[in-house]
Design a protein around this ligand. Structure first.
Ligand SMILES: NC(=O)c1ccc[n+]([C@@H]2O[C@H](COP(=O)([O-])OP(=O)(O)OC[C@H]3O[C@@H](n4cnc5c(N)ncnc54)[C@H](OP(=O)(O)O)[C@@H]3O)[C@@H](O)[C@H]2O)c1
Length: 171
């Protein structure tokens, strides 16, 4: 299974600011996220990210699956495509494969991306680099030991200030 990360960062690599207000994200980031989720039809996110985007900004409600990582029981799904899971990353991959998916996109946040990256499960990553520095913020990864070299597959200017970088993770 191909696992892709799609995420926006500040120019110094944070995925959120200390205010935790997403007013720095471009429209191009938002439309790109919707586009890749709708193309892959299998989406993975952490429960904190889910709480921010559900129910209004979930990418779809049918014809696909959104695996939301959580250790909590009895969470109420916002729509039929949402599946809460306490499975480990490898089990999530196996379960998606059993459902016939050959690719999935992770849309955040730090804990979820770190868990998949540490297991060596990530194949490529789209970084939407927004024109802002955060002195304090959440890093792309945390509390994980790894070093990954990357191949640059594509870079593109999305608007006058925002850049898209697409990297393949060298295996
Ligand atoms: N810049 C961007 O593109 C972007 C995109 C998405 C999110 N964000 C930002 O990222 C932040 C959220 O990131 P985050 O790292 O705090 O949270 P997260 O990864 O979205 O979610 C963390 C939660 O996921 C569950 N979880 C994580 N690892 C798990 C595991 N191995 N097994 C079972 N459940 C697991 C836990 O849920 P329970 O507590 O329910 O057990 C945990 O509290 C927000 O500030 C958001 O704004 C930024």
């Amino acid at each position: 299974m191909k696992i892709t990360i799609y995420i926006a960062t500040s120019a110094n690599g944070s995925i959120s600011n200390s205010r935790n207000v997403p007013d720095w994200l471009s429209d191009e980031y938002g439309s790109g996220m919707m586009e890749i989720c709708n193309r892959y039809r299998a989406v993975i996110m952490g429960r904190t990210t889910y709480d921010i985007i559900a129910p209004d900004y979930l990418p779809f409600s049918t014809d696909g699956i959104m695996k939301v990582m959580s250790r909590q029981k009895d969470l109420k799904a916002a729509n039929a495509a949402v599946h809460f899971t306490s499975e480990a990353p490898r089990e999530i991959v196996s379960s998606l494969e059993l459902h016939g998916y050959s690719q999935a996109v992770i849309i955040g946040g730090t804990q979820t991306m770190s868990a998949f990256f540490q297991e060596g499960l990530v194949d490529d990553i789209y970084l939407v680099v927004e024109p802002v520095f955060f002195g304090r913020g959440l890093p792309l990864f945390e509390q994980v030991e790894f070093e990954s070299k990357l191949n640059l597959l594509e870079f593109k200017k999305l608007n006058s200030n925002t850049t898209l970088l697409h990297y393949e993770v060298r295996k």
